[in-house]
Design a protein around this ligand. Structure first.
Ligand SMILES: *[C@@H]1O[C@H](CO)[C@@H](O)[C@H](O)[C@H]1NC(C)=O
Ligand SMILES: *[C@@H]1O[C@H](CO)[C@@H](O)[C@H](O)[C@H]1NC(C)=O
Length: 225
């Protein structure tokens, strides 16, 4: 017959084994980069990487963030979705990115960000779908950077969603004339070109490599350096 004492010892050993972490040691656990699935409008950090996901209708898009990569899937039910990873605050850094961008309707792949004082939403568009976002804005000129030509546009958004709720604010745009998905973007070149046309940014809020869909469905998978 098993004594109560040795039974308790065995039970305790079993509990210890169950409580053992999955990883044999820290070296192994460091090899695993945490992945987070985001499907509600939010901003934050995953493993030190800033992300933002915004949806007009609060549904219809799912973003996975892992290390310096994200994937975004969106449906028309999101109405308008902007998601990506990057930095907070933004700056005139050089951004390298790569990946793929799949959308057959209205969508943009951009370096995207906001400033405050003044409140400005800005885009450096690398590729877009069926709609040129500059086509309803004022063309001010162009800038040559990173092996391409970008047209510079300005427009004013009246009572539209912003990082401070519904507001009226300026939009600054650079739109690459030959589309690409992947490359190096010298953000400072665009900021300087905009300033030469009187388009001055404020204090930087976030800056991401964003996939945006407007009443469209699509997917993207982007790595940002
Ligand atoms: C920790 O895990 C790594 C990777 O599996 C292994 O190479 C290493 O030998 C382990 N170290 C110890 C002390 O167990
Ligand atoms: C970006 O790519 C360029 C080469 O195209 C390289 O010189 C630079 O170090 C890269 N920067 C980052 C942050 O990866």
């Amino acid at each position: 017959m098993v004594s109560m004492k040795s039974f308790l010892t065995l039970a305790s050993a079993a509990l210890t084994a169950m409580a053992m972490p999955h990883f044999a040691n820290n070296t192994e656990s460091h090899l695993l980069v945490p992945r987070q699935t985001i499907n509600t409008p939010s901003t934050g950090f995953v493993d030190g990487h800033f992300y933002s996901l915004w949806m007009q209708s609060s549904t219809g898009a799912t973003m996975n963030v892992q290390g310096n990569s994200y994937s975004l899937n969106w449906q028309t039910s999101s109405q308008n979705v902007v998601g990506g990873i990057g930095w907070n605050p933004g700056s005139s850094r050089v951004i390298n990115y790569s990946g793929n961008f799949n959308c057959a309707a209205n969508c943009y792949l951009s370096i995207y960000g906001w400033t405050e004082n003044p409140l400005i939403e800005y885009y450096i568009v690398e590729s877009y779908g069926t709609f040129n976002p500059g086509s309803q804005a004022q063309l001010l000129g162009s800038v040559n950077s990173d092996g391409g030509t970008y047209n510079i546009y300005h427009t004013v958004r009246v009572n539209q969603p912003s990082i401070h709720g519904t507001a009226t604010f300026d939009q600054f745009w650079s739109v690459r004339t030959s589309h690409r998905v992947g490359g190096s973007v010298n953000v400072g070149n665009h900021f300087a070109a905009w300033a030469s046309h009187g388009l001055r940014l404020g204090s930087h809020n976030y800056q991401i490599v964003a996939s945006e869909g407007f009443q469209s469905s699509g997917s993207s998978s982007i790595t940002v350096n």
